[in-house]
Design a protein around this ligand. Structure first.
Ligand code: ADP
Ligand code: MG
Length: 566
């Protein structure tokens, strides 16, 4: 028989003052008035990760109207809303209770699960101790008294800010609709007029306020496009067409800020974020140089020819890539994974990968320079493979010929200066010779040996931990993800760890990283995140395929399976 809330309170009082290990006795399920509490895992000592618990509120009690969660997009948005509501309701009172903390993005997560049966929230409680003794009375106060308040306050429709809930869900639905129109209109990105792109600080993701000087976005007339939304009618803004787009402009005029917003436009944002109507296509990949990273078996020959000493680059492997080889590898790996829109910023690019001017071409003979600069490939990528590029470049005009569109940021305002840039390209030829290096070939899918996917550590068969958003402990090794600028939340990082672990199984691994991981993610799209983790985890968020593949590619111990290439 299910124990009751008062059973739990009685038990906790009885445990008061006993050794911490005795907390184990509370594991199990309890029926509370209006919800059920599952104590899934009890921590072994006060310093261990907090105890894992779940609350299930039946739909008759929760009472959220069906139109808020019947559609998958709306369900994701409502779950995000409730996650935030629960987070806020915990507030300062019960520091022992915690729940997943969402970023400015709205993602599919495992923290709140909504279905026909009701709402489930997964959370943690650091069970209180005095020294190594159980503080049973305090625990009873938290679980027996404060938790029911939390449930009523955050997880019932009658107590919800209903207007805010609808606004949240409708905004997310609109964002998905905007994003879904891009391809049909041959756009790669869209920035609605009125969007606020700058952030409040270098390390925060909240918007810069108007009073702090944020200038809202206004599209240049020539690039204005109008897209439809189901909940707010037509929305006007700047459409960035497929092809090669250059973002020029003086230093500090907002170039990188625009590119960052486009980079994050693969995700939905909270209403009020400022970027909730900035969308880019799902297959958009930020590319940057990342010297020092490992590269395993990547064909970078379209960009980097034979290296000194006659080393070929068709299956380039290194434990310590240079700026240019890392950027070339990032592009080839991205193409292997299906990226169709590349974003690059001069701030984070290797100069010798991006450009080589006439003088340098004269000084360094072609035979002595293995690099074919991106400039000589960018048009071919679009023409031959439908891969678009958006490039921030304030320091070099050699890209004018290659660009279909040149946007100039002028005091945070975008201007369409394409015609002027064309004229200048005619008036002032660069004099540089186009560097022929044979036709561009798309990379072949790679396959890997099983060993590096072993995630065990000591006695634990699977040990996977996120180190903040951009790092991961996978088994015994650390994976540096600092170059993955589009990775948004720690929950994604952790989910990627589990995904890679599943990928390591033979069947998936045999398909190569792009296809193998895509199939796994597809399954998660249908079944939710739970199959990833051995227990009901409250700290997972859905990653994109591109981040999962990038993470895998950064594992230092990868080894190509032999008999891979033909
Ligand atoms: P750039 O890449 O052109 O050198 P950044 O994009 O780094 O410039 O922007 C420079 C500064 O201007 C940043 O501090 C950024 O937050 C701020 N900024 C960018 N866009 C806006 C805007 N629309 N309104 C107000 N400040 C902005
Ligand atoms: Mg910049």
């Amino acid at each position: 028989m299910l124990r009751t809330a008062s059973d739990l309170t009685t038990l906790l009082h009885r445990l008061d003052g006993r050794g911490y290990k005795a907390y184990r006795d509370i594991q199990g399920r309890y029926s509370f008035p209006g919800f059920e509490l599952s104590i899934d895992h009890v921590q072994g000592d006060p310093f261990a990760p907090p105890s894992r618990m779940r609350i299930a509120v039946p739909s008759a009690v929760a009472g959220f109207p069906e139109d808020l969660w019947a559609e998958p997009v709306r369900r994701m948005a409502l779950a995000d809303f409730l996650n935030r509501a629960f987070y806020q309701a915990i507030g300062q009172r019960d520091r022992e209770i915690s729940v997943y903390r969402p970023s400015q993005k709205v993602l599919e997560r495992s923290s709140v699960i909504i279905d026909r049966g009701g709402v489930e929230v997964r959370f943690w409680v650091a069970l209180p101790a005095g020294g190594r003794r159980i503080m049973g009375r305090r625990a009873a106060e938290i679980l027996g008294r404060n938790l029911p308040d939390l449930v009523t306050g955050a997880l019932t429709w009658s107590r919800t800010d209903q207007k805010a809930a609808y606004a949240h869900v409708e905004s997310v639905e609109d964002q998905e609709a905007l994003r879904n129109q891009l391809k049909g209109k041959k756009l790669v990105a869209f920035v609605a007029d009125g969007s606020v792109l700058p952030r409040a600080g270098g390390d925060v993701d909240t918007p810069l306020t108007r009073s702090a000087g944020a200038l809202p976005f206004v599209s240049p007339p020539s690039l204005a496009a109008t897209l439809d939304t189901p909940n707010s009618g037509p929305v006007r803004g700047m459409g960035v067409p497929e092809g090669v787009c250059l973002i020029a402009g003086g230093g500090f005029h907002g170039k990188s800020t625009l590119l960052k917003a486009l980079e994050q436009g693969v995700y939905d944002h909270l209403p009020g974020d400022g970027r909730e109507r900035v969308v880019s296509r799902e297959d958009t990949l930020k590319i940057r140089s990342e010297d020092g990273r490992a590269v395993t078996g990547v064909d970078i020959s379209p960009f980097i020819g034979d290296l000194p000493g006659g080393r070929t680059t068709e299956a380039f492997t290194t434990a310590n890539a240079s700026g240019s080889t890392s950027q070339a590898a990032a592009i080839m790996e991205g193409l292997e994974a299906g990226a169709k829109v590349l974003l690059m910023d001069e701030d984070t690019s290797a100069t010798n990968f991006m450009i080589r001017d006439k003088r340098m071409q004269q000084l360094v003979a072609r035979e002595k320079e293995p690099i074919t600069p991106f400039l000589d490939r960018v048009r071919e990528l679009h023409r031959g493979f439908g891969v678009s590029t958006i490039l921030v470049m304030g320091g070099c005009g050699d890209y004018f010929e290659a660009a279909d569109l040149v946007i100039m940021m002028d005091e945070y305002r975008p201007l369409d200066v394409t015609a002027r840039a064309r004229d200048l390209a005619q008036e002032l030829p660069t004099g540089r010779a186009t560097e022929p290096a044979g036709p561009f070939r798309l990379p072949r899918p790679r396959k890997f040996k099983p060993r590096p996917f072993d995630a065990s550590k000591g006695r634990r068969e699977i040990s996977i931990r996120a180190l903040g958003v951009r790092g991961m402990l996978y088994g015994k090794s650390e994976v540096d993800l600092s170059g993955l600028e589009q990775l948004a939340e720690e929950g994604q990082t952790k989910a990627i760890g589990f995904l890679i672990h599943l990928f390591g199984r033979e069947k998936s691994r045999d398909r190569g990283p792009a296809q193998g991981l895509a199939e796994l993610l597809h399954k998660i799209g249908e079944q939710g995140l739970d199959p990833l983790s051995p227990w009901p985890a409250g700290d997972l968020a859905l990653p994109r395929l591109l981040e999962a593949v990038q993470a895998l590619n950064r594992m230092r111990s990868l080894e190509e399976a032999t008999g891979n290439r033909t």
